[in-house]
Each structure stands twice: as structure tokens, then as C-alpha cells.
Write a new protein. Structure first.
Length: 444
């Protein structure tokens, strides 16, 4: 509207010419846009605040609306400036997505404080309840707060993952009243036959309590899942992950161009860090360590040296002091780390030379953590799936806790990435990496 003016624009119809200012056109467009967003359920509480579905619905609703406007203008022979829609679409969509993102950040902050969240009663076997409880507790911004649980053969006063147990599965409704929960999550249906679940949903309807069922198949991203109801039976189709093809070509092109650009831009930083490392302690500026890459192929991973040059020789004397996750050696106050090295590690600057590995093709910008050969020797069949894609400079493991992760959590995150990666997901992880680097936590 600012570009085309607030008045004086005419819209010519096939039979007559009606003087209508672009102010009116803009008002009609905005109102239509709001209706389209509402019809697409972009404000549904189940999609607000988590996942990418909200942004997808906003984008789909926007393109559908502008498509209808363009078709209507063509069929109705409306003389509307082509630049109007071409300008309104990208600017409007960008502002809309940005506003949704800003509101999401505000909502996440409130949810982490315990506000605007659903209180959850978990129901199921002890093992599944514990797994689901810990998963929900890790993702506090999802808007779910576990307040109580019912487990098979559970006793009042027990705890599962820090959550009080109110009894066994025989008293679901009484436990719901006692806890005051507004959402029930069935972690598994082994102990509850399908008719019992159906009757439970009937009981919950007049109470206004939400019912969530956790599928048996976990760690599968939404785009790989397609629901197909057959005679009331919801069948879930799961697509197989693909480890070759056009997506991987696009990922390699993105990696190469982005890493090459980063190396050019960061070359002064490389020079400063290299000089600082050399002046701080004796030895080379770069540290080369053999890691295992795609399909088990070894390669030399580059890092800025953050330890004394005889660090490998001192390792044996420190193994009994490890504070890692049982497989990886980690020590918060490692005496081998230099003064400059400590700063580099806290801000992940020691990882920058890995952009060279990305350009060479040994690594990707985003991927599983590059493992040592000693780790790979202990891999079972599930863990070996981490080697189906290139290791990454960053990944879910880095933006989800770094060294504070347990070994099982580290493996689970890496396998989730291998099975569900996408370029969009890579961009999100890169964005979260920047935040993790600016707010170092778990890096040592």
C-alpha cells in the first residue's frame, strides 16, 4: 500500500471501470488473509509453539490466497498492478513468519516458567512412562508438564522419573480428579485393550480432557509419517529414510558453498586464533585426529589445538577421573587444556577448522558427532546407522546439551538425525548452534 499509494488507483473490470484505491484492495487482502489463516487452523493450540507445522500451514494458506487472487484478477480481467501482488507476497509472508517466530519465543519463555502449559497424567507401563516423562521434561517449551503417573502394578507413593505415582491403571478417572490434569497421555496400550481406550475417550469428552496416544514407533519425524484410516482403524505408513539421491546432492552443494564462504570470511579469525594458540603453548596451531566418517571410512579431523602437545601421552593417567557419559572421556577441569584452549572450547571456536573437512567432503555442516575408532569398535547394529551419513561440524548432539548428554541420549539424537534429516532441519540446527555457541553450556 505504501509503494502504490493510498488513493488514485483504478481497477478496470471487463464491462466497466470502478475507481477503487489500493487502500481498499489492501484491506480486502488483509481480511482475506486472516480468514485464510483461520480456515487453515494456523492458530490451533496443538500446532502453536512447537514443530514446523504452524509455519507450514501459514505458508500454504498464504500461497493459496495469493493464487486465488491472481486467478480472480486474470479471469475477471481486473487491471491490478502486477508488482502489487509480487511485492505483497514476499514481504507479507516474511513479516507474518517473523511475527509468529517472535510470539513463539515469548511463549517458550512463559512455558519454561510453567505458564500456558497442559498438565499431564501419564498412563502405561513403568518403562514407557519413564521414557515419555524424561522426553517431555527435556522439551519444556512443548507446553506439557507431567504432574502425575499411573503405571501397571504401581503403588501410591512411588516415583517414576521424579513424577509421583498415584496408583495402577484401574483408577484412571479418580487419579485424573485427584491430580487436576487436563491431559492424559497413554504411553502404550499393552495394558489397555482397544475397547478400554475407546471408553476412556468417551469418559474424557464431557470433562474437556485431552487424550494423547504415544505410538509404539518413536523417533520418526512427521514428514515420514502418513495416516490412512481403514474402517476406523488408523494405519500409520512410515516411509523409509533415503541415503542417496537429489536431496543428498543438494546437501553437498549447500555444504561446499557455505563452508567455502565461511573460510573466506573467517580467514582473519583463523589467523588470530592460530597465533594465539602458538604463543600460548608449544606445538602446532592445528590438531589432527583420526575419526570415522561416511560408511566407516577414516579421515583426519582438524581442530585448533586446545591442549598441550603431549595431551595424548597424559590421557592414560586421567582415565579414572573421567566425568563423561561412560564411553567418551570428558573432564571439566582437564589439566591438559591450555588457557587459550579453554576459551576456544567454551565458544566452540576450536571446531572452526572443520570447515576445511567439509570442503574436502569428509564432513557435513550438520550431522552425527564424528566418532573415534575406539567408539566404533563398540557399536552394535543400531549405532552403526550413524555411519550412513557424513559426520557434522554441528548436530542435534551439540544443540541439545553437548557433553552433558548421556551416551544413550547422544546415540538417540544421532540416530534420529540420520533417519529424519532435511535441509530445512539443517538450517534450524545451524541457527540453534549459533545460540548454543553464544550461550556456552556443556562445552568442556
Amino acid at each position: 500500500m505504501l509503494w502504490f499509494g493510498v488513493d488514485g488507483a483504478n481497477l478496470a473490470f471487463s464491462r466497466s471501470t470502478v475507481a477503487v484505491g489500493y487502500t481498499i484492495v489492501s484491506i480486502v487482502l488483509v481480511l482475506s488473509w486472516m480468514i485464510s489463516l483461520e480456515l487453515s487452523a494456523t492458530r490451533n493450540h496443538r500446532v502453536i509453539g512447537s514443530g514446523s507445522l504452524e509455519y507450514k500451514r501459514v505458508t500454504d494458506a498464504t500461497f493459496s490466497l495469493f493464487g486465488i487472487f491472481a486467478i480472480a484478477a486474470y479471469l475477471g480481467k481486473i487491471e491490478l498492478a502486477r508488482g502489487y501482488l509480487l511485492t505483497a507476497l514476499p514481504i507479507g509472508l516474511f513479516v507474518l513468519l517473523l511475527s509468529r517466530w517472535l510470539w513463539r519465543q515469548w511463549l517458550h519463555k512463559k512455558r519454561r516458567a510453567g505458564l500456558f502449559a497442559s498438565s499431564v497424567l501419564l498412563v502405561g507401563s513403568r518403562t514407557k512412562v519413564e521414557h515419555v516423562a524424561r522426553t517431555i521434561q527435556l522439551e519444556r517449551s512443548a507446553g506439557l508438564v507431567v504432574i502425575a503417573a499411573l503405571v501397571s502394578q504401581g503403588q501410591v507413593g512411588d516415583e517414576v522419573a521424579g513424577v509421583p505415582v498415584l496408583g495402577d491403571l484401574a483408577g484412571i478417572l479418580s487419579a485424573l480428579d485427584e491430580s487436576g490434569a487436563d491431559t492424559i497421555v497413554l504411553t502404550d496400550s499393552d495394558e489397555l485393550p482397544h475397547m478400554a481406550v475407546r471408553e476412556l475417550s468417551w469418559e474424557l469428552e464431557p470433562r474437556g480432557v485431552n487424550l494423547i496416544v504415544v505410538p509404539a514407533l518413536t523417533d520418526v519425524a512427521g514428514p515420514r509419517i502418513h495416516a490412512r484410516p481403514v474402517s476406523g482403524l488408523p494405519l500409520i505408513h512410515v516411509e523409509f529414510p533415503r541415503f542417496e539421491g537429489s536431496k543428498h546432492v543438494a546437501k553437498r552443494a549447500f555444504d561446499f558453498l557455505s563452508a567455502s564462504f565461511a573460510l573466506v570470511i573467517l580467514s582473519p579469525v583463523f589467523l588470530v586464533i592460530g597465533i594465539a594458540v602458538r604463543f600460548d603453548s608449544a606445538g602446532p596451531a592445528l590438531f589432527r585426529q583420526q575419526r570415522v566418517g561416511l560408511n566407516g571410512k577414516p579421515f583426519k579431523m582438524l581442530k585448533f589445538r586446545s591442549m598441550s602437545s603431549d595431551a595424548e601421552a597424559q590421557l592414560a593417567s586421567l582415565l579414572d577421573k573421567s566425568e563423561g557419559n561412560g564411553v567418551l572421556f570428558k573432564l571439566k577441569s582437564d589439566p591438559r587444556v591450555t588457557r587459550v584452549g579453554k576459551f576456544l572450547r567454551n565458544h566452540s571456536l576450536d571446531e572452526l577448522p572443520q570447515f576445511i573437512n567439509v570442503v574436502r567432503g569428509d564432513m557435513s555442516l550438520v550431522g552425527p558427532r564424528p566418532p573415534l575408532e575406539s567408539e566404533v569398535e563398540k557399536y552394535d547394529n543400531a549405532m552403526r546407522r550413524r555411519l550412513l551419513v557424513k559426520p557434522g561440524v554441528t548436530g542435534l548432539w551439540q544443540v541439545s546439551g553437548r557433553s552433558n548428554l548421556s551416551w544413550d541420549d547422544s546415540v538417540r539424537l544421532d540416530l534420529y538425525y540420520v533417519e529424519n534429516w532435511s535441509l530445512t532441519g539443517d538450517l534450524i540446527i545451524l541457527y540453534r548452534t549459533v545460540k548454543a555457541v553464544l550461550r556456552p553450556h556443556g562445552a568442556y
